[in-house]
Write a protein that binds this ligand. Structure first.
Ligand code: SAM
Length: 345
């Protein structure tokens, strides 16, 4: 267990941090809490009865996810804060944690949320096949649902979009393209890039806070132009790396943990590292994510969700006065939104 990893404090990846940061104190109606608790109890008790009587796991978790999504959406965040630990300590967790993806997320063996191995469960990588094979039959059925939930589909599309953007940018600048991935994890978009395979990328710097992920990238991409780099949002903002300039800088799976002020600072920094004509892209889960309640409870995986409007605000605050083109667009199922900032040539 890599508990020795020191988090930089800029991204709220430690368990519980996002909920604490998002907490807004307001007088909530006490009856709301009673209603929410009652609705939760009905939903969880029904789930457990269904598991015991052999109802198809997909149907159980689909209904439960929707109920949790509605609870999260309808009630004040303070009420939701009370609901989360109640759900987490309910005996139905015993069934749901048989899913290796849900369990990994909940237990956080790397000490923080959203580590690269968790993403490997979503990508369905060979590296996690043993963990899936050694799960119970029920666990594998639940995994068949969670790995194909809307959020997982969106994460795989995000990986594909990144590889495609790298290839598009590289085809316009053959041989000279320089790319920076911030919070690169295992850089699973790398093998999907035809330009990388063809040796058409000059350098692809993959920066991450987690030395284990950095080591995996260094090993998996040895002999390519990928340079694995141990660094963090804090070290980047503090100017502790002399990285030079890039044609494409991107961050996926990071802004979901960054409070607005840090998101703006990081965006400014990324834009400052663009060559003329270069692009910065960042992605964020959106409020349209319909499995947010399940993620926050049984996966203990809280995210800062952002709408297209909120993405635009980060871009406009970061890019004020500069000669930049901003575009914001949703992924196919709208669970992830993208913002691209292009520096004029
Ligand atoms: C959800 S994963 C995304 C990995 C990869 N970008 C992908 O899309 O598959 C989040 C990654 O962000 C990294 N991370 C989180 N906070 C960070 C920080 N403050 N500085 C650098 N990396 C960070 C984690 O180590 C992890 O690898």
């Amino acid at each position: 267990m890599a508990r020795s990893l020191v988090l930089d404090g800029e991204s709220l990846v430690a368990p519980g941090e996002i909920r604490r940061a998002a907490r807004r104190f307001a007088a909530t109606n006490p009856s709301d809490l009673i209603v929410a608790k009652a609705e939760l109890a009905v939903s969880l008790d029904l789930s457990i009865r269904q598991f015991r009587s052999g109802v198809e796991p997909r149907a159980i978790i689909e209904r439960l996810s929707e109920a949790l999504h509605q609870l999260r959406r309808r009630f004040h965040p303070e009420v939701w804060d009370v609901i989360v630990p109640i759900a987490q300590s309910h005996p139905v967790a015993h069934y749901l944690h048989q899913d290796p993806l849900t369990r990994w997320s909940f237990e956080k063996p790397r000490g923080y949320s959203g580590d690269a191995r968790l993403l490997d469960f979503i990508y369905g990588r060979p590296e996690i096949e043993d963990a899936v094979a050694s799960s119970s039959t029920l666990g594998r059925s639940i995994y068949a649902y969670t790995r194909n939930a809307s959020s997982s589909v969106a994460v795989r599309e995000r990986r594909d979009i990144l590889a495609r953007r790298v290839d598009e940018i590289a085809s316009a600048r053959p041989g000279s393209t320089e790319v920076l991935a911030i919070a690169s994890g295992h850089l699973r978009e790398g093998p999907l890039s035809r330009a990388l395979g063809a040796g058409a990328i000059k350098r692809w710097v993959a920066l991450d806070q987690d030395p284990m992920s950095v080591g995996t990238v260094a090993r998996d991409f040895a002999g390519t132009s990928v340079e694995a780099l141990n660094g963090s949002v804090k070290s980047l903002l503090g100017g502790r790396h002399a990285l030079g300039m890039f044609d494409f800088v991107y961050a996926a799976g990071l802004y979901d943990y960054l409070p607005d002020a840090v998101a703006v600072k990081l965006t400014k920094k990324c834009v400052s590292m663009l060559k003329p004509g270069g692009t910065f892209l960042f992605a964020n889960f959106s409020p349209a994510t319909d499995v947010d309640g399940y993620m926050e409870t049984f996966m203990n995986w809280a995210l800062l969700l952002r709408s297209e409007h909120e993405m635009g605000l980060i871009a406009s605050e970061s890019a004020a006065g500069a000669d930049l083109k901003v575009s914001v667009w949703p992924g196919s199922n709208r669970s992830v939104v993208y913002c691209e900032i292009e520096k004029q040539p």
